[in-house]
Unconditional design. Structure first.
Length: 181
């Protein structure tokens, strides 16, 4: 594959990751300074590259299919690698405070190491940026309910609630996608 073709491929895959993270073509396009129709065309090109559909389109945004989630995870790893390579050239940047995550008793969140920012487990709901609980949180902000399968006939509702900021919303989306594996 030529460098030009590789560049086009990586560009499309990065936009797939952005779309998984943002959940809507308009938001992902605005975040990256392009028009929504152009992002839609890039998405179609990405689907041609991988020879399968990547998203289910709804009136409220897009729902990533398994292949899109896998691409997003791999592209996060590529971005981490590129970030660490560029940090060799640059002076160390000041680290942002880690996001605080509260997980209620009886639930486990596995493998947050792929998330792009540091995450710290909090023992207090009141201090957390993101709450994962079997009880519906009482705080405002973005809230998602997930049905978690514990066995063949056992299901449990899990609530993921994030503070009203982009970093917390990104962590909440990341956790929700982990449940959908």
């Amino acid at each position: 594959m030529s460098v030009k073709a590789q560049t086009d491929f990586y560009k499309c895959m990065l936009y797939v990751k952005e779309l998984v993270d943002e959940g809507a073509i308009c938001r992902a396009a605005a975040k990256n300074g392009i028009k929504a129709p152009n992002l839609s065309k890039l998405l179609k090109r990405a689907e041609l590259f991988v020879s399968e559909p990547l998203f289910y389109r709804t009136p409220h945004g897009v729902v990533p299919l398994k292949a899109a989630v896998e691409i997003a995870q791999k592209m996060r790893a590529v971005q981490k690698l590129m970030s660490s390579i560029s940090s060799l050239k640059n002076n160390p940047k000041t680290q942002q405070n880690p996001l605080k995550l509260y997980v209620s008793k009886g639930l486990q969140i596995v493998s947050l190491e792929d998330f792009s920012e540091p995450v710290q487990i909090s023992s207090k709901k009141s201090e957390a940026d993101v709450i994962v609980s079997t009880d519906k949180p009482k705080r405002a902000g973005s809230m998602i309910a997930i049905e978690n399968k514990l066995g063949q006939n056992i299901r449990q509702t899990v609530w993921v609630c994030a503070q009203n900021n982009a970093r917390a919303a990104a962590l909440a989306r990341f956790i929700v996608l982990r449940f959908h594996r």
